[in-house]
Design a protein around this ligand. Structure first.
Ligand SMILES: Cc1ncc(C[n+]2csc(CCOP(=O)(O)OP(=O)(O)O)c2C)c(N)n1
Ligand SMILES: [Mg+2]
Length: 541
């Protein structure tokens, strides 16, 4: 067995079931060895797509995702996806090939120092020159990726090393469940419980870390009668119709969430599983915590206290911490009354199709258990505020990194990690033109993903943003309208167009029994004012 084969054998034993990437000469032995193992190669159209797919695969499942490509040209294309995985705390292993050891320094084709280029956006990055050390280095990198806080790791292996005979004994594959256990301090949790019981009114803020303990969080919310607000990354964790869910807070808050944070008697804030990034805090606005006792529980010890001062900081897994609090929490005497609807009524203040009304209707025409993956653009503000994700569904976005095109390419990653529920990508025309070629990867592998493309024929976020910030814009942000549905139809993708809300009634039939991806083009004229002021005001600060 050569080293390339040994690497794949080890990964297979670790539970890896697919590898994302594009082959190249210097990673050839690994792609050759892939033919003989039971692991699905996902050959994307661009390594950027491979890295985003792997990032979404890992960020939604917590499973190790693997991306393999050329050390120079391949890893340069992967950069955005690796950085995305870093901000999403997603366990991603990047394996790149390097030139032969004897060629180093001579100017070989595709010679580039990938190790140091990706170092700041990984938890670990190394080039393994000594064949005796490859497997131990691989094992070390994988364990680092799978130890909370998860993150991307990289190893680079010269092509001649990949071809050499592997040592007879290989490291034992890690047990991810064991690596993920976090011991917690019950005394800190007791302090947190005391603070909960002292406060008459309170508020629970749930971040993406809450995904693992959603049921228990809802039981705690019911026991205390404290409403829940969710960060953009946690959208979909608590069903929209849960009687204590006030919806999204931070970037494009619902009106109800904003109101409760800014004008409620809540004297205690329980923060669960969020890094409190700019997008979750209205640009680190103290309004969230002002005059309140603050409890922050996260499994990443760097988070509690990083942004806001805490009265109790607990480093623990929410699956342990929330049931513990639930056992100690006193039931509330009164009942919280959720204000409905969560947002001010719609007013016609634009021409063309309303994106708000489209999104308010979307979850009623899509399968209830759809997992939405949202890209980055002005439409994102509408999605966060107005899309309601019902019980059984889910939502995924990486707003902390905020890369356009991340969901266009990332959608297949979600489906490959868990094919039990449908996946729908929501993206703009700009995001489509950036990474839309990965729709064809979904076609190649017959992945039944619904791409919902909001086509306003412009980069609306920059068009509106530049106008707001600098009082002028340039015509180049607007583009001649191109029918994305026509383009994709030529490539053999099933498409439909939505020009009026009534067209949406065809969606249930259109997305039934899919044998591959389909695309719904939503044509708007971009004139509807978006709830975008938070982000723009933050840029002005
Ligand atoms: C990779 C990347 N480049 C640039 C940006 C800055 N940016 C944010 S949104 C946006 C425009 C997005 O256009 P589109 O997808 O059409 O959505 P719209 O804003 O029109 O709703 C740009 C350029 C970014 N976030 N990511
Ligand atoms: Mg656009």
């Amino acid at each position: 067995m050569n080293i390339a084969e040994a690497i794949l054998k080890y990964l297979k034993e670790t539970g890896v079931d697919c590898i994302f990437g594009i082959p190249a000469g210097i990673i050839g032995p690994i792609y050759d060895a892939l033919i003989d193992v039971d692991m699905k190669p996902i050959i994307t159209k661009n390594e950027a797509g491979a890295a985003y797919m792997a990032a979404r695969y890992a960020s939604t499942s917590g499973k190790l995702a693997v991306c393999a490509g050329a050390g120079a040209v391949g890893v340069a294309n992967m950069m955005n996806g690796i950085a995305d995985a870093m901000r999403a705390k997603a366990p991603l292993l990047v394996i790149t090939g390097y030139v032969n050891r004897w060629q180093i320094g001579k100017g070989a084709i595709q010679e580039m120092d990938a190790q140091h280029i990706v170092r700041p956006i990984t938890k670990y990055s190394n080039t393994v020159m000594n064949e005796a050390e490859v497997m131990a280095e691989l094992d070390k990198a994988v364990r680092i990726a799978l130890t909370p806080p998860f993150g991307p790791v990289h190893i680079s292996v010269p092509i001649d090393v990949q071809r050499m005979e592997a040592p007879p004994s290989l490291p034992a594959a890690p047990d991810p469940a064991l690596l993920q256990r976090i011991p917690f301090d019950p005394a800190e949790l007791d302090r947190a419980a005391a603070l909960l019981n002292e406060a008459e009114h309170g508020l629970i803020m749930v971040g993406r870390g809450g995904r693992a303990a959603a049921e228990e969080i809802m039981r705690l919310s019911e026991r205390l009668q404290w409403p829940i607000i969710t960060t953009p990354s946690a959208k979909g964790i608590i069903p929209a119709d849960f009687p204590l869910n006030l919806g999204n807070y931070g970037f494009s808050s619902t009106d109800a969430a904003f109101e409760y944070v800014n004008a409620s008697p809540a004297s205690c804030l329980l923060i669960l599983g969020t890094s409190l990034g700019e997008a979750s805090t209205c640009n680190f606005n103290e309004a969230l915590v002002a005059g309140r006792k603050v409890i922050h529980i996260d499994r990443d010890g760097k988070e509690p206290g990083k942004v806001f001062k805490t009265d109790a900081a607990v480093v623990a897994d929410l699956q342990d911490a929330v049931p513990y609090l639930l056992r100690q929490a006193q039931p509330a005497p009164g009942a919280f009354k959720k204000p409905l609807p969560l947002n001010e009524p719609y007013e016609l203040n634009h021409t063309g199709l309303s994106l708000r009304l489209f999104l308010e209707k979307l979850s009623k025409v899509m399968p209830r258990d759809t997992r939405y993956v949202c890209d980055i653009g002005e439409f994102t503000n509408f999605v966060l505020k107005y899309l309601e994700v019902p019980a059984g569904g889910d939502f995924e976005i990486n707003l902390n990194y905020g890369a356009m095109g991340s969901a266009m390419a990332g959608g297949p990653g979600l489906y490959l990690a868990d094919s039990s529920r449908p996946v729908a990508v929501i993206a703009g025309d700009g995001s489509f033109f950036m990474n839309g070629s990965e729709v064809l990867t979904a076609k190649e592998y017959k992945l039944p993903i619904t791409y919902i493309i909001i086509n306003n024929a412009m980069l609306s976020y920059v068009e509106r943003g530049q106008k707001f910030l600098y009082n002028r814009t340039m015509p180049d942000y607007k583009q001649e309208r191109i029918s994305i549905a026509d383009m994709m139809r030529t490539a053999g993708i099933r498409t439909m167009s939505v020009d009026r809300l009534e067209d949406m009634d065809e969606i249930p039939g259109f997305v039934r029994e899919m044998a591959g991806p389909c695309l719904i083009e939503v044509n708007t004229d971009g004139s509807e004012p978006a709830p975008i002021l938070d982000r723009l005001k933050a840029l002005k600060k």
